[in-house]
Write a protein that binds this ligand. Structure first.
Ligand SMILES: Nc1nc2c(ncn2[C@@H]2O[C@H](COP(=O)(O)OP(=O)(O)OP(=O)(O)O)[C@@H](O)[C@H]2O)c(=O)[nH]1
Length: 308
């Protein structure tokens, strides 16, 4: 353990050092409160042995400042000839954890060190476990936003982002583009190639849609089944048309055979696109309904196209 002794009596410091010497501890000492606090920050001790009556700031004030300045808990043991119940109470209230009466008895000091060593080990373990838990929680939160099959955003994440982006577009009177896309004749694809190959097709489509959108603020999500949604903040109707054309072509460029339709057919997608500067009363539900209506028109119109 790293042990920091703060006491203005050189004799006390030398005696305590000699008691701790034969144990495998690293001992630091400071001759007053101010130096002790500075040393605490520097050496990051596992335990502090702190005199109470000192020239300058006293031990209670040092303990209070350590607790105030440093968030990590480190045990503080007061060393004092003042052992009346009220002295002990003041010490504990100032942030101390234990009290050793002066003159310090070697056996008691070593026994306390053993107990504190156990506590320090448990604390280290607790900190490590907490760190692992934090990392696991972050990973869980990340996974909760993703679609299990394709690895792009899921519907839950889309819902949250849409609400945020719609509110932002209203606030700044900025355009917002929203697209719903659906793979054409996907039932026939599954029927012809089987579900496993169908899943591979979904993954490839997700990946090409995702890589076709460039801006970090743009989102591609799997809405469900073979339906995907794209949200493009700050994108007006002119740019929405360019993006839609690019997406139709990107899916074609996969050149995935779709012999469920006919020998020459490839996998294509239809896109329903809306672009608007939303007024106050526009809701997420309305955006979805309108884009879905455009998608329906694209399907009716012969598929493999976008309608805005
Ligand atoms: N392989 C696979 N298929 C899925 C998944 N989710 C939905 N599907 C299939 O997607 C197909 C969707 O079919 P439909 O809604 O009839 O639409 P479609 O055949 O694409 O026809 P159009 O949309 O009109 O072009 C169904 O056969 C579903 O079983 C999935 O996770 N994996």
């Amino acid at each position: 353990m790293k042990i920091l002794i703060i006491d203005d009596s050189k004799i006390e410091r030398v005696i305590i050092r000699s008691y701790l010497q034969h144990l495998d501890h690293e001992v630091f000492d400071a001759e007053n409160g101010e130096t002790g606090i500075a040393m605490f920050a520097e050496c990051n001790p596992d335990i502090v042995l702190l005199g109470v009556v000192m020239v300058g700031i006293n031990g209670y004030q040092v303990a209070a400042q350590i607790r105030d300045k440093f968030t990590d808990w480190v045990p503080i043991i007061f060393l004092s000839g003042k052992t009346a119940p009220e002295d002990i109470m003041i010490g504990i209230e100032a942030g101390g954890d234990d009290y050793l009466p002066k003159p310090i008895k070697k056996q008691i000091l070593l026994a306390k060190m053993t107990a504190m060593e156990r506590i320090a080990a448990m604390r280290t373990q607790l900190l490590q476990t907490t760190k692992k838990l934090e990392i696991a929680n972050e990973e869980l939160e990340r996974l909760a936003t993703l679609d299990g099959l394709t690895g792009i955003a899921n519907r839950r994440h889309l819902d949250i982002t849409m609400a945020k982006e719609l509110a932002r577009a209203k606030r700044h009177a900025q355009p917002l583009t929203f697209i719903i896309a659906d793979i054409d004749f996907f039932k026939k694809y599954n029927d012809h190639y089987g579900h496993i190959q169908g899943d591979e097709c979904l993954k490839a489509v997700a990946s090409i849609l995702d890589s076709s959108l460039r801006r970090p603020s743009e989102l591609v999500a799997r809405y469900g089944g073979e339906e995907f949604c794209m949200l493009l903040p700050n994108t007006d109707i002119k740019n929405a048309k360019l993006v839609a054309e690019k997406l139709v072509n990107a899916v074609r460029s996969l050149e995935f055979r779709h012999e469920g339709i006919d020998k020459q057919a490839i996998v294509t997608m239809s896109f329903g696109v809306i672009s608007l500067v939303p007024s106050r009363d526009v809701t997420v539900k309305e955006l979805m309904l309108q884009a879905d209506e455009k998608l329906y028109q694209a399907k009716e119109n012969g598929r493999d196209q976008w309608i805005i």
